[in-house]
Design a protein around this ligand. Structure first.
Ligand code: ZN
Length: 87
């Protein structure tokens, strides 16, 4: 509780372009950025939520692709070989 605002070293304000003017602070609604130079404010998306969604999506897609491709390729080449050699 009562987390202090802290500056982000090297962060550049997207509105005024000033460096080292961005502060970060957390509230019950999430994490916010604030520029002390121009008053720009921005809500940050939750890190854990974003990375979790990304990991799940990539894993699922990769698994499906790998499984399908391997099975199709193996089955097709095996059948071709068989037909040709017995002919
Ligand atoms: Zn600014």
């Amino acid at each position: 509780m009562g987390r202090p605002k802290r500056f982000i070293a090297g962060a550049v304000c997207p509105r005024c372009g000033e460096m080292d003017k961005i502060m970060m602070y957390s509230t019950d609604e999430g994490q916010f950025r604030e520029c002390v130079a121009c008053g720009f404010e921005d809500k940050q998306s939750e890190e854990s939520d974003t990375s979790g969604e990304l990991t799940t999506r990539v894993n699922q897609r990769k698994n499906e692709d790998d499984h399908t491709v391997k099975q199709v390729v193996f089955f097709k080449s095996a059948a071709d070989d068989d037909e040709e050699s017995s002919d």
